[in-house]
Design a protein around this ligand. Structure first.
Ligand code: SAM
Length: 199
């Protein structure tokens, strides 16, 4: 596959690479330099982008847990989100996210955090309207109560990275914490689910 090829996602988005020329379209371009997980080819990333587009994140405060390249948060910002906090345990992920935020002109609205969710600075511990977590099932289990604490009535959670066989357990856990299941997508190997926090 040509690594510079543009990737159209959903109805509105297109992933492109830096310093390449592409034919203009009506789509919103997300410029993504590689450097961490999340270049736009993986089924979990693509399905999360489709869910973000459906939610319409305009004016939302977004928390992207396990941001990788920052692709999900940057897409939300380019679709009109107010601000996005991006957290990842990998230094190269945070560095790539910062670089990609600048390439997309959204760096003033993106707050990078290196570490785990319990290291979120106090100033960023607020309720989020949209929480993105394309991460691993064991992490989704571990941080479930922290995700609940950062949610408010109406918060949307888009989670992925969960293999088929773990889907039921993780969805059941989040239901027990006050999240309702809106959409459960079965991909080739993984699942992506969208939930609504109703408290
Ligand atoms: C599957 S990638 C997702 C990247 C990007 N969000 C996407 O959708 O393509 C998962 C990311 O989570 C990060 N990660 C793993 N465990 C974590 C944890 N406990 N807290 C924060 N980030 C974590 C990894 O470093 C990796 O960048």
């Amino acid at each position: 596959m040509n690594p510079y090829k543009a990737i159209e996602v959903g109805q509105k988005l297109r992933i492109v690479r830096p310093n390449q020329k592409y034919p203009p379209t009506q789509r919103v371009d997300i410029v993504i330099a590689r450097g961490a997980f999340g270049s736009g080819e993986h089924e979990t990333t693509l399905s999360c982008l489709e869910e973000i587009e459906k939610v319409n994140p305009k004016d939302m405060r977004v928390l992207d847990i396990g941001c990788g390249t920052g692709i999900l948060a940057i897409a939300a910002l380019k679709l009109g989100a107010e601000k996005a906090v991006c957290i990842d345990i990998a230094r190269e992920a945070i560095e790539t996210t910062v670089k990609n935020a600048a390439l997309n002109g959204v760096d003033k609205r993106l707050y990078p955090v290196l570490g785990t969710l319990n290291q979120l600075p106090a100033s960023l511990q607020e309720p989020y309207h949209l929480i993105l977590a394309n991460i691993y099932p064991e992490v989704l289990k571990e941080i479930a109560s922290q995700i609940k604490a950062l949610s408010t009535n109406g918060t949307i959670l888009i989670a992925s990275g969960v293999p088929w066989e773990d889907n039921h357990e993780i969805v059941t856990l989040y239901k027990s914490l006050g999240f309702q299941l809106l959409n459960n997508r079965w991909l080739e190997q993984y699942t992506t689910f969208t939930m609504l926090y109703v408290g």
